[in-house]
Design a protein around this ligand. Structure first.
Ligand SMILES: Cc1cc2nc3c(=O)[nH]c(=O)nc-3n(C[C@H](O)[C@H](O)[C@H](O)COP(=O)(O)OP(=O)(O)OC[C@H]3O[C@@H](n4cnc5c(N)ncnc54)[C@H](O)[C@@H]3O)c2cc1C
Length: 535
């Protein structure tokens, strides 16, 4: 089947949905999303959205905090753009029906919380379910918009780009690489459909599933990163993977995050004996930046041999805890941990991909008509380390600027025609009776990344990881062409590509900076390495 639209948006998190609502003002929009619309990291965001909203705060302070966190690699112009547009974005969300929590004492003001690395309280939140509330409101508005069609259980496989036609001898007079849409697998029927579009937006989120332990939901397999890279899009700063210091450590709950705002509201990290160990690592103690806290926990665990450390907020009043963190309270209680009375067992886990498809300040990649927004993109905001709660706001600001940029292209109406695009060819692929290859390699990639390319790296570990990933990549390539594609196989192929990009970038950077920490180069080296790693 061939489906034509002005905009093809791949992904239904905050980036894709907020872009769709704007795009629908001027064109027909198709959103493809690989599970149900709600299945996105956005839905899991707890802490909130950073924006200067308090008279005691200022743009300059938010910019300074973001630049400090970025450890010399953030693009100051982009940081300024995001920070100064943030309050408008919060207003837009309120206008769309998002119910943020309000101040107890002044009901007309939003309640603002604080997180590590922020010098002021500036995080707007909806209790500890901010992402769910934002996603709910966006979906509500998208579903009632008649210019938007959502295709659930539809997974993008690869982009349709000019050079694909040239290789097949169909179209030859294009010089620039241009994107015309994507081949998309209908997961229910197994059919591959051709989605043609004048503008294509990758909004596929992050890649936490490349690591064994992650706070990310199952959709976060780095598809957009791999899809863009295969099509020739530039990729930047993939060595900078943020590990969240506090993921719940419990055999029955693998991905549950304990929000940074628990520490913002007085939670303290302690070891098994009750020692408040962050005092020994950083003057900001529990509110030091995430990489510092994650590395400190990693060091403590390696020293003690324990499986986890503990986060204790039980000294705060019970009512405050249950009201401020209802979701964390409920989830922990279901696992027989009463956070009003006892500390929470926690470990670090892969949380956020700071690198991504390289874009300009309008979210445009180096491929004509292809945009990347949200976690899949590297815009220059986060540099070597993302400041907490700066990602939802980045997605919102970039959906605005990418839309405005792309609207110029949609405005040109002169006899627009899509090229003749070849249909997907399954060749001689057959049903596989060897699915164990896929599940084995999934497990191996994630375990190898955790052990060799995790919070603390060394040259030897990176070389080992590179050798392993090459073998796995070859196995996947052989398998991919022989058997009919499935969601698992596509995800594995993408995960392995992302793993290779992370390893390659980590091996290229011969220093420690931000989230990239290599025991063979302990120092930051501004003279030689104050630049992005671009592949
Ligand atoms: C537990 C948790 C807590 C967080 N807390 C915060 C916070 O408090 N503040 C903050 O700023 N950030 C937070 N983050 C980060 C933030 O939530 C994400 O960076 C952000 O939501 C990403 O939005 P997105 O739209 O780019 O991607 P997502 O919300 O992940 O959406 C990606 C979409 O793409 C779809 N997709 C993926 N691949 C394909 C494919 N091949 N074909 C079709 N569809 C595809 C997915 O199904 C999904 O719909 C948190 C993240 C997690 C995991």
């Amino acid at each position: 089947m061939e489906i034509k639209s002005d905009y093809l948006i791949i992904g239904s998190g905050i980036a894709g949905l907020s872009f769709a609502l704007k795009a629908a003002l001027i064109g027909r929009v198709a959103i493809v999303t690989k599970k149900e619309t709600m299945d996105a990291s956005t839905n899991y965001a707890q802490g909130g959205i950073a924006s200067v909203l308090d008279p005691n705060d200022s743009f300059d302070l938010h910019i300074k905090d973001t630049l400090e966190s970025g450890a010399g690699l953030s693009n100051e112009q982009v940081v300024r753009m995001v920070v100064t547009n943030a309050p408008d974005m919060i207003k837009e969300l309120i206008d769309l029906g998002v119910n943020f929590s309000h101040d107890n004492k002044q009901a007309d003001r939003l309640d603002l919380t604080q997180e590590g690395g922020h010098s002021r309280r500036r995080i707007a939140h909806a209790k500890d379910l901010t992402g769910q509330e934002v996603e709910r409101a966006l979906i509500y508005n998208v579903e009632k918009n008649r210019n938007i069609q959502i295709y659930e259980n539809h997974m993008a496989i690869d982009l349709i780009t000019t050079s694909k036609f040239i290789k097949r001898g169909i179209l030859t007079n294009e010089t620039d690489e241009t994107c015309w849409g994507a081949y998309v697998l209908d997961i229910i029927t197994g059919e591959v459909n051709t989605f043609l579009s004048r503008v294509t937006v990758l909004a596929t989120g992050g890649a936490g599933k490349v690591y064994l332990y992650t706070t990310n939901p199952d959709i976060a397999t780095g598809d957009g990163l791999a899809i863009g890279y295969r099509a020739g899009a530039k990729v930047a700063n993939m060595e900078f993977v943020q590990f969240h210091p506090t993921c719940l450590h419990h055999p029955l709950e693998k991905n549950f995050l304990i929000s940074e705002s628990v520490r913002g509201e007085g939670g303290r990290l302690i070891d098994k004996k009750g020692d408040h160990f962050m005092e020994h690592y950083h003057p900001l103690k529990d509110l030091a930046l995430r990489d510092v806290v994650a590395r400190s926990i990693d060091t403590e665990l390696k020293k003690s041999g324990d499986e986890c450390v503990y986060l204790d907020i039980s000294h705060r009043p019970r009512d405050f805890i249950t009201n401020r963190f209802p979701n964390i309270y409920k989830t922990c209680l279901e696992l027989h941990i009463d956070i009003t009375k006892e500390p929470i067992p926690v470990v670090p886990a892969a949380h956020y991909m700071c690198g991504g498809l390289l874009t300009d300040a309008q979210g445009h990649t180096n491929i004509t008509n292809l945009y990347a927004i949200g976690e899949v993109a590297y815009t220059g905001l986060h540099g070597a380390n993302r400041l907490a709660s700066n990602s939802l706001i980045e997605a919102l600001v970039f959906s605005r600027f990418a839309f405005e940029d792309s609207a110029k292209m949609i405005a040109v109406k002169d006899n627009y025609q899509f090229p003749d695009v070849p249909l997907w060819d399954t060749g001689s692929a057959t049903d596989s009776e060897e699915s164990v290859v896929v599940s084995h390699n999934w497990d191996e990639v994630r375990r190898m990344m955790w052990n060799y390319v995790g919070i603390v790296r060394t040259n030897k570990r990176l070389i080992r990881a590179m050798t392993r990933i090459k073998v796995i990549q070859q196995e996947i390539r052989d398998y991919y062409w022989d058997f009919i594609i499935t969601r698992d196989l596509l995800e594995l192929r993408n995960l392995a590509t992302v793993a290779e990009l992370i390893i390659t970038s980590a091996a290229m950077r011969k220093e420690s900076r931000g989230l990239h920490y290599n025991l063979d180069y302990l120092k930051r080296d501004d003279e030689n390495w104050r630049h992005d790693t671009v592949i």
